[in-house]
Design a protein around this ligand. Structure first.
Ligand SMILES: [Fe+2]
Length: 242
């Protein structure tokens, strides 16, 4: 397996990973303007990008996902709940994408948004067990996603609690997590500047994962919410429009 993380505009983190032996790769959360970086990395690794995946429709930056998918002839993939105005490859909970020996399982992880997904990734040549999770804006290093962008923040916060406790936190403590943002992002408060962690470390030291009472969690997450991202409405409109 090869794996690349790209720190990009708006404190976003994008990913390109896959199987060098069989020449397949997937790109995740591509930011507009970075398409050529993915193409160049794929060329260097001698792989073709078969899927371009969004962990959700982004509200803080313009996506380059659809552009990259068109340029390389890949499938552009979103969760079925994504409210976009163009056709896309529909992902649902439990779906599996194979990129050569790399196995990617889709987990529907709503809370930050309704269409949020995480990806549980394993390298079949190492183990069937997930080696890492791409957690999108659901779980950050040191923080979690904000629940208010679509309104209904209490309902969304409850969903996020259930997502974390019934889905992500069920993976082994040694599982690595790679989020869609690092420090400086408006998508969550108190995110670390370190762009990777493990589930076990986050369970012990992520303040919101230590709140195990559901009502207390909802209250804590919906109190003192930071301002909504600047230009959020126009960015979302651009990301959902054909
Ligand atoms: Fe987000």
């Amino acid at each position: 397996m090869f794996f690349k993380q790209l720190a990009t505009k708006e404190a976003s983190l994008s990913y390109l990973f896959g199987c060098g032996s069989l020449g397949k790769a997937v790109a995740v959360d591509v930011v507009a303007g970075d398409e050529d970086w993915f193409i160049e990395q794929a060329r260097q690794q001698n792989v073709s990008i078969t899927h371009v995946i969004e962990t959700h429709v982004h509200a803080d930056h313009y996506s380059g996902g659809r552009q990259l998918a068109e340029q390389v002839g890949a499938k552009y993939c979103l969760h079925s709940h994504a409210q976009v105005k163009f056709p896309f490859e529909v992902l649902n909970d439990g779906d599996v994408i194979e990129a050569g020996n790399v196995h990617i399982k889709v987990l529907h992880t709503p809370g930050h948004t309704l269409d949020s997904i995480s990806l549980a990734v394993s390298d079949n040549r190492r183990s069937e067990e997930a080696w890492f999770l791409l957690t999108g804006d659901t779980l950050f290093v040191g923080s979690i996603g904000r629940p208010d962008l679509a309104g209904k923040e209490k309902e969304m916060a409850a969903m996020l609690y259930d997502t974390l406790h019934t889905k992500l936190l069920t993976y082994p403590d040694t599982t690595e997590i790679y989020p869609a943002h690092q420090a400086g992002s408006v998508c969550g408060a108190g995110i670390s500047g370190k762009p990777v962690s493990t589930l076990g470390f986050e369970k012990r030291f992520n303040p919101m994962l230590k709140v195990t009472d559901r009502d207390e969690f909802i209250h804590a997450l919906t109190t003192d919410i930071p301002p909504r991202p600047a230009e959020m409405d126009s960015i979302v409109e651009a990301n959902i429009t054909a």
